[in-house]
Design a binder for this molecule. Structure first.
Ligand code: CUA
Length: 450
């Protein structure tokens, strides 16, 4: 008898949980209501079977419980019952499979008017490309991929010159227009998923895959990789922003084409040297850093990283947290660099400064630090040399007190909390692996040996 009660409670509890649980689909943001319907039908069919089987079991436990004088009957065949069970099962299975086939048929039939966006996945971030005015994407080749040409676009192909490049994990699409996402991967399997769109697709190295949808409401939707792709998989985030057509056009016009990207003039070191006078007040005339001024060493740091950080301060992605006192100071200082060209100039000057080792100020257990660093090495490199393709700055030879403070800022959300600071956010997620201050000191003691 207690067993029957447990079975009945299990059924009632499951139904209540389903009806009252706050965990259900997020609000739909695409044309794929059919996917929701398919899942609902599956839920109803499996739910009905679950309830029926368990209640029948409870009934049998009660009805056929042990009675002293009762004798079991033996009935190996019951044709009528078997016909019924086979028939009902067939109907149930067909009800679950048929909508799926109908949805799939639509999913693989892309509307002719769909516009194309290419999404490129790699460990562990997203980038995008739009066809330019000619409406065609240029040829790409994995062998051409480099830090200067991260998409591997063929520079000889005229169709590629006007391709619009978005080197950022956030992509925009216009409202109510079907979009076909062309998907490719540079390294391993990834998966392009926006929960509110309901459809998803794998990115397979060496292959072009696709999916399509029509966004039905504006907003910013988190993009997740849903294919286990290595240690940073959980931190491979991005966003699809659905805009009104007008806002989308404005945004797209601000993105550079492949030709514009290549034609960008290099920074001017002479002008940069003059502009650097402001920076020198804290960071030192040789960019050696000054702990008293809370200014880290910048000499020897990768130019692309320096540029991105200065631009992040300028664009309000960094130094905006109320507890980020030193970051707030930097916002005031970068105002002396009026535009991107000025930033390029000063970065070229910094690249010419001598990379002298900075004095170690932090003690820790080097051996334990080496163990912890194994995780950091995936992006920052085995010798802390940094890796532009992974957006990971150089760590070796930098001011150790500064690295310690930044790790603490990442852990506490003082840095990397801005929703558009994707790489900072990623580092925030990964800094959780450093459990306490001792772990931070140990890993920095190890980095000091690199
Ligand atoms: Cu990319 Cu998981």
């Amino acid at each position: 008898m207690p067993l029957a009660v447990v079975l009945i409670l299990l059924v009632v509890g499951s139904i209540l949980f389903h009806l009252l649980s706050p965990w259900y689909f997020t609000e739909l943001a695409s044309n794929w209501a059919m996917v929701d319907l398919t899942m609902d039908i599956t839920f109803y069919v499996t739910g009905f079977v679950f309830v029926a089987v368990n209640l029948f079991l409870a009934y049998c436990v009660i009805k056929f419980r042990f009675k002293k004088d009762a004798r079991a009957t033996y009935e190996p065949e019951n044709k009528k019952l078997e016909y019924w069970l086979t028939g009902l099962t067939a109907v149930g299975v067909a009800a679950m499979l048929t909508p799926g086939l109908l949805v799939w048929n639509e999913f693989v039939s892309v509307p002719d008017e769909a516009h194309v966006v290419e999404a490129v996945g790699q460990q562990w971030h997203w980038t995008y490309r739009y066809p330019g005015e000619d409406g065609k994407l240029g040829e790409v080749d994995a062998e051409r991929i480099s830090n200067e040409n991260p998409f591997g676009i063929d520079p000889e192909d005229p169709r590629g010159q006007d391709d619009i490049i978005v080197y950022n994990p956030e992509v925009h699409v216009p409202l109510d227009r079907p979009v076909k996402f062309l998907l490719r991967s540079k390294d391993v399997l990834h998966n392009f998923t926006v929960a509110q769109f309901r459809v998803k697709m794998d990115l397979v190295p060496g292959m072009n895959t696709f999916m399509w949808l029509t966004p039905t409401r504006t907003g910013r939707f988190e993009l997740l990789c849903e294919e286990l792709c290595g240690i940073g998989h959980f931190a491979m985030r991005g966003a699809v922003v659905v805009d009104e057509q007008e806002d989308f056009d404005t945004w797209l016009a601000q993105q550079p084409t492949f030709a514009e990207q290549n034609a960008k003039p290099a920074g001017n070191a002479t002008i940069g040297a003059a502009q650097y006078a402001v920076c020198a007040a804290c960071h030192g005339s040789q960019g050696e850093g000054n702990p008293v001024m809370n200014a880290p060493k910048i000499a020897g740091q990768s130019d692309w990283y320096l540029k991105r950080q200065i631009m992040s301060y300028k664009n309000g992605l960094r130094g905006v947290h109320k507890d980020d006192t030193y970051g707030q100071q930097m916002i005031g200082m970068v105002a002396s660099l009026p535009d991107e060209a000025a930033v390029d100039n000063v970065v070229v000057h910094i690249a010419s400064l001598p990379d002298n080792e900075s004095a170690a100020t932090i003690d820790g257990d080097v051996e334990n630090g080496a163990h912890i660093y194994a995780v950091c090495a995936y992006c920052h490199g085995g010798t802390g040399q940094g890796n532009q393709a992974l957006n990971a700055p150089k760590l070796a030879g930098s001011s150790d007190w500064y690295t310690a403070r930044q790790l603490d800022n990442f852990k506490t959300g003082v840095r990397g909390a801005h929703p558009k600071d994707y790489y900072g956010y990623q580092m925030g997620l990964l800094s959780i692996t450093l459990r306490d201050e001792q772990a931070i000191n140990d890993v920095i003691a190890y980095i000091n040996t690199l």
